[in-house]
Design a protein around this ligand. Structure first.
Ligand SMILES: O=C[C@H](O)COP(=O)(O)O
Length: 214
């Protein structure tokens, strides 16, 4: 495992953040760090993404910052220039992977089928996002895929929440889970930092319980 993947594996949780206003990342970054989750994936689903990465990098320099929902080489460049540590993509796009390699930024591309996994393996990638996790068959699908593709390290995302994260983390090929349930966009835009802190603490607590249970 690379140092980056080791860090993500240690935290076991990747909060997926979608923001309408870039400035909201500053209080949210503090709430994440203060509550034991010094990692964030900021989704390129709004125009605020690159600026939010820049502000988070400036205010929380030690945080691990990913750019998510990256669909194009241009977005890879924007994310890297803004200070992202890594790229996450929803699907497997060789052009995006090549752009990440050209810019020397790690990428975790999305897969949810044998064909997309084999396309990733062909490019030497074994740490992959499994997306959309629940809609693609969830835990059962991952267990089935890890038969032939036993070397994979997976980051399931999509439909994961406090009720089912334990089932995912119990699978040995799962290094961490992504999700938005502890960083709900509606709570962020309403500035409900206390509620977000509660959800983040709860999520971190669930992960710690899972780790303790082995
Ligand atoms: O790629 C990320 C997903 O859309 C996040 O899914 P979620 O909102 O179900 O956690």
């Amino acid at each position: 495992m690379t140092p980056l993947i080791e860090q993500i594996s240690a935290l076991k949780l990747l909060p997926l953040i979608t923001l309408d206003r870039a400035e909201d990342i500053v209080p949210l970054g503090k709430v994440l760090v203060d509550n034991g989750l010094p990692i964030a994936e900021i989704a390129f689903r709004t125009d605020a993404a690159a600026e939010a990465i820049r502000r988070l990098r400036a205010t929380q320099p030690d945080m691990l910052i990913g750019a998510g929902t990256v669909l194009t080489p241009e977005q890879v460049g924007m994310a890297k220039a803004a200070g992202a540590d890594f790229i996450v993509t929803p699907g497997f796009n060789p052009n995006t992977v090549r752009a990440c390699r050209d810019l020397d930024i790690p990428v975790i591309p999305g897969v949810n089928s044998p064909s997309s996994i084999e396309a990733a393996l062909e490019m030497g990638l074994t740490t992959l996002k499994f997306f959309p996790a629940e809609a693609s068959g969830g835990v059962k699908m991952i267990e089935a895929l890890l038969g032939p593709y036993y070397q994979l390290k997976l980051l399931p995302t999509g439909g994961i929440n406090a009720g089912n994260i334990g089932d995912y983390l119990a699978i040995s090929g799962v290094i961490a889970c992504g999700g938005s349930w502890m960083v709900k966009p509606s709570l962020i835009s309403a500035g409900r930092w206390d509620e977000l802190a509660h959800l983040i603490r709860e999520a971190v607590g669930l992960v710690r319980e899972q780790v303790a249970a082995g």
